[in-house]
Design a protein around this ligand. Sequence first.
Ligand code: ATP
Length: 356
Amino acid sequence: MQRSKGVNIKNLVKIYTGTTNGEFKAVDNISVDIKAGEFVTLLGPSGCGKTTTLRMVAGFEIPSSGEIYLGGDMINNLPPDKRDTAMVFQSYALFPHYNIYDNIAYGLKLKKMDKSVIKEKVNNIIDLVGLRGMENRYPNQLSGGQQQRVALARALVMEPGVLLFDEPLSNLDAKLRVYMRTEIRKIQKKVGITAIYVTHDQSEAMSLSDRIIIMNKGIIEQVGTPKEVYYTPQSEFVADFIGTANFLEATIKEVKGGKAILDLGGTIIDIKYNGDKGAGDRCKLVLRPEAIQIAKEGMLSSKVSLSTFMGSYQDYVVEVMGQEIKIQDNNPQGRETFKEGEEVKISFSALNVHII
Ligand code: ATP
């Protein structure tokens, strides 16, 4: 049904002027290519520039420099209503005095479409988003989740080339957020529409996206699939922002054949590595808490400083070479657990660590 379009962002910059500190560069020369039909998330902490980027694609903000292409056409100079984009807002932005049917039909009526065509399109979308039976209700007679479905339907019915989401689930409670994000993903896949989604919630980004664009202070830190950004973060910022990360300092003894031989406080390990560092350089190993084993015997000596039973896992903090390491020991039932103050050893597989 959808003629989804790719989005190309080239050297995009947004400088806000007239702020208390003079000029402020909210988006600093970012470039990214989004394929037609792809679900891409702009993820980052508050103020990193993700909403500004989305609003420039929508046409609500004018870029200071750079270009935005939709389906290969430059759209910088087009007003929002001529861009073939539709936005789903955090606040839903529904018309309170229109019923659900009329809220969804609004954009099509503006386009002066034939009444029977409008009816068919609106009815199809009502089924797609699961609002059948609610057509005659008013927004204040719907729950938050249902209102967000109306907002989604209203955007989808326009059959835009790309659908833009600005933190659409922020006003919902935690359980509904999780449910609605799977609904959004299901609907997006069914329709095959390109989607750009802004969030600061990493689990939302992981569960929704084909690829995640991680932003920090106006720049792109990394673009990758959820697995790529989780397992091979390219910076400490990304490793820390996506999930929980431990960083262990090490010295590189040698780099050869796609591997680095590391000295980890006297323990020698070799790890897959294709980066720029060489012999003698310091580096950091990124270790996920669930990829570390704790036992009486193992690779590195450590001491338990915190041990907490969490039900599905035992949560540890241990001290290794003067550094604190978090460990998530899953499904501890029936196995030995360790107490604060105990001397233990930790181990990990070279396959589960990544050098930055
Ligand atoms: P949040 O999750 O808090 O919405 P964000 O990553 O979406 O954050 P933006 O809204 O894109 O961030 O804002 C990026 C930076 O630009 C922030 O520091 C913000 O204060 C600033 N900014 C945004 N809009 C304006 C404006 N109209 N005038 C001046 N500065 C602005």
